[in-house]
Design a protein around this ligand. Structure first.
Ligand code: 13P
Ligand code: SF4
Length: 324
């Protein structure tokens, strides 16, 4: 197959606000190879909002938060899905579109939340709280999803909890997300001690200092941040909700209390908005690179498989969420 000419200048135009010209040549060869491999293999790249800009803006076909990636994975018609994100996201794509080949470029791209709870933990919690429904954050293994009644993401957690029509739920494993939702709903929420290692590092003192240093700055916090941090923020929402907020409100100065690449990716589309850092890096998201996306497509690695006995109940929990 003849490949169309590589549109290097047009691609660089997309990211020139966040990638200096001197760095760009390092990426060109891998980007050209990935674009050609996607055509050859009839593949699409799904990228989470925390992927670096050269992945997010130059090779991804579908981008979004965890909820959007799950919804869109279900509709993919291509033969191969490369998930530029972490392992639980690739598992969710495989659950929702099981006939496709789903590849994760680095098998060790994990998540501190997913690592904080096992299927056995959920079974023990059910014994301790008989009859209380289990709402599980998508940041979990398929085995944990299989033990749950329904999944949620940071974008729909309150709607999922309230959809159950009960007084009490278990919301696992993110203690902070659960407490942030508990502050918004009448439903009593039983929590677990899991934390996101990226968002737990933000502190209320840091937010107060930011406001002193940048009077008028708008502070947006991801709901995986501790409740004391969310309380100091102007607004809290999933990565997609934060991105929409910046697009709609166009604050002159904003800080996104979340993973670092998020600000880069949003900044590309909003030149009039100044993004103040701090941010924290997710070491798991950062395991995904152009080089290993290219290798994933060249060598068909690492293919995600899920034990069918786990896949069926896990899929039910995710589909139940998507039906809300
Ligand atoms: P969302 O993109 O759903 O807000 O999730 C954030 C996150 O930490 C994913 O790992
Ligand atoms: Fe997990 Fe937090 Fe990294 Fe998201 S940012 S993958 S929740 S460790």
């Amino acid at each position: 197959m003849l490949n169309p000419p590589f549109p290097a200048a047009a691609l660089y135009e997309r990211v020139r606000r966040v990638i200096p010209p001197i760095e760009w040549p390092v990426f060109e060869d891998d980007i050209a190879a990935i674009l050609a491999l996607k055509r050859e293999r009839n593949a699409v790249v799904l990228a989470h909002n925390y992927q670096t800009p050269e992945i997010f803006h130059c090779v991804a076909d579908i981008v979004g938060d965890s909820l959007a990636l799950a919804r869109k994975a279900m509709e993919v018609e291509a033969d191969v899905i490369v998930l530029a994100g972490v392992h639980f996201m690739a598992e969710t794509a495989k659950l929702l579109n099981p006939s496709k080949t789903v590849l994760i470029p680095d098998e060790d791209a994990g998540c501190s939340l997913a690592d904080s709870i096992t299927a056995e933990d959920v079974r023990l919690l059910r014994q301790r709280y008989p009859g209380v429904p289990v709402v599980t954050y998508v940041n979990t293994s398929a085995a944990v999803k299989a033990e749950s009644d329904i999944c949620c993401t940071s974008g729909n957690a309150r709607a999922v909890v309230e959809s159950l029509g009960v007084d009490r739920v278990m919301m696992l494993p993110d203690e902070y997300l659960a407490n942030n939702i508990a502050a918004e709903t009448e439903v009593e929420i039983i929590t677990w001690k899991g934390h996101c290692e990226v968002h737990e590092r933000f502190t209320p003192a840091e937010v107060r200092q930011l406001r002193e240093d940048h009077p008028g700055v708008v502070v947006l916090a991801h709901p995986e941040c501790p409740p004391e941090v969310v309380a100091e923020a102007d607004f809290s929402g999933s990565t997609a909700v934060m991105s929409d907020y910046v697009g709609q409100q166009k604050p002159p100065q904003v800080v996104l209390l979340t993973e670092c690449s998020m600000s880069d990716n949003v900044a590309v589309n909003h030149p009039g908005v100044e993004f103040i850092r701090p941010c924290n890096l997710c070491p798991h998201m950062k395991r995904i690179t152009l080089a290993n996306i290219r290798r994933a497509l060249e060598e068909n690695r690492h293919e995600v498989t899920i034990d069918p006995a786990i896949a069926a109940p896990a899929r039910r929990s995710v589909e139940r969420m998507l039906a809300i």
